[in-house]
Design a protein around this ligand. Sequence first.
Ligand code: ADP
Ligand code: MG
Length: 501
Amino acid sequence: MWNWFKSKKNVLIYLMITMIPTITISHGLAIQKVHENNDYYFTVAEEYAIFHGNHIDRFIGETVSRIDMLATLIDINPNDLSNVQEILTRTIDKDVRFSGFYWANPEGDLLIGTNELTSPINIADREYFQEAIRTGKYTISPAHIGRVTGRYIITIATPVIKDSQISGVLLSSLRIDKIEESVLKHTEEERVFLIDNSGQSIFNTDHLASAQKLYHYAVDIDRVPWTIEAQVEATEGNIYVQAFFTNLVILLILTHILFWLIQYALLKKQVKFEKKQTELQKIQLVENLAASTAHEIRNPLTGIKGLIQLLSEKYKDDKDQLYFNVIQQEVNRINAIVSELLLLGKPTAHKLSTYCVNDILREIEPIIHSEANFNSVDLSIKYSNDPLQIKCVKDHLKQVLLNLTKNALDAVNNGGQVSISIEKKKNDCVIHVKDNGDGMPEQILKRVFDPFFTTKETGTGLGLVVCKRIIESYGGNIKIDSKLNKGTKVEITVPLAENND
Ligand code: ADP
Ligand code: MG
């Protein structure tokens, strides 16, 4: 087998069948796997981002409604500062989310607060404050370090309106660490970044150690102008390399199995071809030998025949005549075999000429008719309408027609029917020889082309062998259909000579 690889062409075939498809397909599948993997992690990141986004949104929503309630309380009398102070202090003790509540007048001065104000503080410069005054709706400040507590906070400014006038602004400092804490409570493997609209980080739960490959997804939060981003890390190593090599191994095994199967099939075909070739050579050798031997036997046989004839005229005794008769019959039989064997010799050695099949059949029609009459058989002959020219050896084709007619006449009883017809089918001349005689069972039909196979007492078993050999040497074929007790149909197809239209 290794000799096979010595040729460059075979190495190329090997590479084409195994290595190249394996590498290409492995690469393609690995890329697909990477895409699938990316899609998977993006979806995971997206789910986390949406989850935390909703969570923060709810958190802010709750906080705002809490503050709204507080504002409603203050609304009763915003100018009674001691009352406001009391409400605020009571609330801050109950809610750890807040680091402080302050009450500012519309000018931005912090009047009171839950944390002690050591110096006067004015927040009129803060954008969120200005917006709250302008719109009369609550606003949320960017994350910043509170001026009073020094904590990292966001401030929610809620204007309190009395008699359609802003009487003051309730400022609630929301502790960012509390938001973070509540987010952290719900995080698993992911990393969460909260970013405000100026791109400043509010917090991140950065606890991922060595990042393999990160997949992130960001969503905006409804109630606040913030964006939350979730990042997840691929747990597997290099997906491409893993997928590529796994596929490579599987495909290498598969393509190699395929490769050796193809090799095996080709080898088997080659062996079969060679076997057929030697078989053919053997047959040719035997046929040539048979034909040349037959030729040599013919001459002495003619001598023997003549001499027996003479002797039979000399010895008129009844017993002697019986012997001579038997000898004569046997010699005739040898003669029949020898004539058929002669036809088996190289058909290619004869020069083919173009003849009209109708003409050839017409020439032997008298012989066939007399044989049919002798057996009281109803014979019908149908010539083709147009002359059909084929390339053949005239005597050989006559022999074929005679052999087939002889078989048909042998098969029918008195009163049987035999028909011969010639017709054109596409570019072929088709000759049918049909009879309604004995027919053949399957097992005999299978063997009729075997040399010397005969079911007749005086048969040679060479008739059909010779027919097949002759017809095939013209590039045609012979087919036999037969049904036991129903009859036999022999079909000969021979290609028409080229100048025939
Ligand atoms: P032979 O005629 O000398 O027996 P063939 O080669 O012509 O040799 O025929 C071989 C065998 O095929 C015959 O012995 C016969 O059994 C069978 N056979 C051939 N033609 C017919 C036919 N028309 N009807 C029935 N049997 C046939
Ligand atoms: Mg015969």
